[in-house]
Design a binder for this molecule. Structure first.
Ligand SMILES: *Cc1c(COP(=O)(O)O)cnc(C)c1O
Length: 388
């Protein structure tokens, strides 16, 4: 045994070094993604499973995006365009902003982390709501900053479990550098109105970055949620994040972006990995952006699927809170874990949200008409088969 491995043995091997991971990282709980279809099929021996667990677009990849990615294959020996010129130009035209306002990410998860790396550090604080999207606590803690988690709204608000913007504004301290607002929020489906969000932005010091995460923007407009990107010129501390993972149907290629002032974009660009968005992703996203007909169809299908789920769930005696996304949060009124297990056995994957502090709820993505039916029937069966 050489000296190095002898020392590793004496100090407890691999674990010896783990204690030196930075505090924020050691305290982290890893993000729990939706169960992949293949994993369910392997573990439960079921076939033709349906996944309603990750808010993906049930219409799949838009044909234009697929064709653009196929054309890109022969170029994959080359590094991608690190500046993302084509996609940023297309996004700039789409949003009516300068390309310098756009920062691309490997999914919007990546840009959320870039914001945390840029503005947070030990001794600094970030404010977000109870039940807010799980990536915020991970990004904040990994940066070593302190999270101020603001209690969510109660049932009397009409947006139960949603963000309490007034309480969030009140939670901002001189050490606060970033506030995260998910509009709508995942997993709750709740949203904040145009008036409330404007008032909030007006009340926050321009020295605090306000991130408005609009991952479900395309769906949310129909529910009446505002498009905060219209206010970029007015609030230099505003950062909007968007993604191609949800309505655009490209969760697997990982592209998201922020809209911000050129100054904030310039800062994010300093910490961004030079090639954080790959060539397929750049080509696919640009083509997807050009196919707004697909988005319109997606939004229509979602509305129909949401109504279908609402009717089916009402038939099972559930009242479902409105959602501005392509998912709903179902309160089962009892421990969701056995129900989830019974759904899995029937080949239906939804998302348990006990990790969010919601052990009686399941988050269900709106699927195809057939997928939604599968879920309703499987749920009926699951409820029959298990005692309350
Ligand atoms: C899904 C989601 C995202 C990001 O997803 P990416 O695939 O990383 O773009 C961001 N915010 C919310 C609220 C989400 O639900």
């Amino acid at each position: 045994m050489n000296a190095r491995s002898e020392r590793a043995r004496l100090t407890g091997g691999c674990d010896a070094v783990a204690q030196y991971a930075v505090d924020g990282v050691r305290a982290l709980q890893p993000y729990q993604p939706g169960k992949p279809l293949g994993e369910l099929e392997r573990e439960y021996g079921v076939r033709d499973a349906v996944k309603l667990a990750s808010n993906e677009n049930p219409l799949g990849v838009a044909p234009a995006a697929r064709a653009a990615m196929a054309r890109e294959l022969d170029g994959l020996w080359l590094y991608p365009d690190g500046g993302g010129f084509g996609l940023r130009r297309a996004l700039a035209a789409h949003h009516g902003v300068e390309p310098a306002c756009i920062t691309l990410g490997n999914g919007s998860n990546d840009v959320l982390v870039l914001i945390a790396e840029t503005f947070l550090a030990p001794g600094r604080e970030a404010v977000y709501s109870q039940y807010a999207f799980a990536v915020y606590p991970i990004a904040v803690q990994a940066a070593g900053a302190t999270a101020r988690i603001v209690p969510a709204l109660g049932p009397e608000s009409g947006q139960a479990l949603g963000h309490d913007l007034e309480a969030m504004a009140a939670a901002i301290s001189p050490d606060t550098r970033v506030v995260f607002v998910a509009n709508p929020n995942n997993p709750t489906g709740t949203w904040v109105t145009e008036d409330a969000l404007r008032r909030f932005l007006e009340s926050v010091s321009p020295e605090v970055v306000v991130v408005v995460d609009e991952a479900y923007h395309e769906y949310a407009l129909a529910a009446g949620a505002p498009d905060a990107s219209a206010w970029l010129g007015e609030f230099p501390n505003l950062v909007i994040s968007r993604t191609f993972s949800k309505a655009y149907g490209l969760a697997g290629i990982r592209v998201g972006y922020t809209l911000s002032s050129p100054e904030i974009a310039g800062l994010l660009n300093r910490v961004r990995q030079p090639f954080n968005v790959n060539s397929l992703a750049l080509a696919g996203a640009e083509a997807a952006l050009g196919d707004q007909e697909f988005i319109a169809r997606t939004v229509n299908e979602n509305a129909a699927g949401m109504a279908q789920l609402g009717t089916g769930l009402a038939g099972l005696g559930f009242e479902v809170a409105p959602s501005a996304g392509n998912f709903l949060l179902l309160d089962l009124g009892r421990d969701a874990a056995p129900v989830n297990e019974a759904l899995l056995r029937q080949g239906v994957i939804v998302r348990p949200v006990a990790g969010y502090g919601l052990p009686r709820h399941l988050r269900v993505t709106v699927g195809t008409a057939a997928g939604n039916d599968r879920f309703i029937n499987a749920l009926a069966h699951a409820l029959e088969g298990s005692t309350a």
